[in-house]
Design a protein around this ligand. Structure first.
Ligand code: CP
Length: 317
C-alpha cells in the first residue's frame, strides 16, 4: 500500500482531498473493530503513544486512548496536573523529556494556538494536534466528515450550517477547511460578536439570521458556547442567545427534512441546543463519538504503522 505522505497531523490545511478520503476509508476499515466482542487488533504492537492534554477533554482523550489500545499500542496518559508541568517545566523540556523515552506518537491538546507545531519541530516522533487554542481541531473535523459520510452517504456538495460561537471555535475552522475540499456550501451563523473578525477569509457564507442560514441545510452543526474563552460581555445573556440562536425543533424544521444535527460536545443543553433536538432521531452526536475512535485508529495507523519521511500536515514554513 502507498505510504501516507505526512509525518504529523497538525491541521486540515495541507491535506489534499484524496488524503482526507484515504483517512476516512482507513477509518471505515477500523470502524467494525469497536463493535466486535474482542475489540483489539495487533496492528501497532510494540508502538508507544503518549497523550499529553494541557486542557480538559472527555471525548478526544478517551478515544485516542481507546484507539491506541485497540490497535495494541502501549498508551501513556500524562496527568498534567500531577506532572512536572506543575513545577514550572516548559513545554519544550516536557516534550524533549518524553521524546527521550522514544514514543512513536505524541497526541497533544494545548490552550496555545501553534503548540503542536512547536512540539513537532522539536521532537523526533509523530505529533497529532488534539486541539490547540482557537486554532484547529483536525481530528474533530475528520470524525465529523466520517459521520456525515456515514449518515448522508456522501460529503460532496452538501449545505452545512455551522451555528454559534464561531469566533472561539477550532472545530468550525477545521470543519470549514475540510468541507470546502468536497465542494460543500459552508454557512456560519451567530451573533456578530461571536463571529471572527476575518470571517470572510474562511471562505464561508455569513448569516445574521438563523432562519435564513438553516433553509435547505443538509447538516446543522451546533457549536458549544465556550464560556471559558469568552472575554468581556460578548453576549447579553445566555437566555437571549438561546432564544435567538438556540437549535430547537422549530429551527430544525427549516433545514431539509432529512437533515442531521451534530455537536462536537460537550453540549450546553438549553443554550445552543435543546434536548428535544439533541436526543432526537436527527441527532448524530453519539455517532460522532463512535466515529472518533475509528478515525483516531486510522490516524495512529497511518502515522505510526508505516514509515513516514515527508513534511507535516499543516506544518508552518
Ligand atoms: N469534541 C471535543 O473535543 O470534546 P472533548 O473536549 O471532550 O475532547
Amino acid at each position: 500500500m502507498e505510504t501516507f505522505a505526512h509525518r504529523h497531523l497538525l491541521d486540515i490545511e495541507g491535506l489534499t482531498r484524496s488524503e482526507v478520503e484515504r483517512i476516512l476509508d482507513t477509518a471505515k476499515a477500523f470502524f467494525e473493530v469497536s463493535r466486535r466482542p474482542v475489540r483489539k487488533v495487533p496492528t501497532l504492537r510494540g508502538k508507544t503513544v503518549i497523550n499529553l492534554f494541557y486542557e480538559s477533554s472527555t471525548r478526544t482523550r478517551t478515544s485516542f486512548e481507546l484507539a491506541g489500545k485497540r490497535l495494541s499500542a502501549d498508551v501513556i496518559n500524562m496527568n498534567i496536573s500531577a506532572s512536572s508541568v506543575s513545577k514550572g517545566e516548559t513545554l519544550q523540556d516536557t516534550c524533549r523529556t518524553l521524546a527521550a523515552m522514544h514514543p512513536d506518537v505524541v497526541v497533544i491538546r494545548h490552550w496555545a494556538a501553534g503548540a503542536p507545531n512547536y512540539v513537532a519541530s522539536r521532537i523526533d516522533c509523530s505529533v497529532i494536534n488534539a486541539g490547540d487554542g482557537m486554532h484547529a481541531h483536525p481530528t474533530q473535523a475528520l470524525l465529523d466528515a466520517f459521520t456525515i459520510r456515514r449518515h448522508r452517504g456522501t460529503l460532496e456538495n452538501l449545505v452545512v450550517t455551522i451555528c454559534g460561537d464561531v469566533a472561539h471555535s477550532r472545530v468550525a475552522r477545521s470543519n470549514a477547511n475540510l468541507l470546502k475540499l468536497f465542494g460543500c456550501e459552508v454557512r456560519v451563523v451567530g451573533p456578530r460578536t461571536l463571529l471572527p473578525a476575518a470571517v470572510d477569509s474562511l471562505g464561508v457564507r455569513v448569516y445574521d439570521r438563523l432562519d435564513e442560514a438553516l433553509e435547505g441545510a443538509d447538516v446543522v452543526m451546533v457549536l458549544r458556547i465556550q464560556s471559558e474563552r469568552l472575554e468581556g460581555a460578548l453576549l447579553p445573556s445566555l437566555r437571549e442567545y438561546a432564544r435567538t440562536f438556540g437549535i430547537g425543533a422549530k429551527a430544525m424544521a427549516l433545514a431539509k427534512p432529512d437533515a442531521i444535527v451534530m455537536h462536537p460536545g460537550p453540549m450546553n443543553r438549553g443554550v445552543e441546543i435543546e434536548s428535544e433536538v439533541a436526543d432526537s432521531d436527527r441527532s448524530v452526536v453519539l455517532s460522532q463519538v463512535e466515529s472518533g475512535v475509528a478515525v483516531r485508529m486510522a490516524l495512529l495507523y497511518l502515522l505510526a504503522g508505516e514509515a513516514t519521511e515527508s513534511p507535516a500536515i499543516g506544518e508552518v514554513g
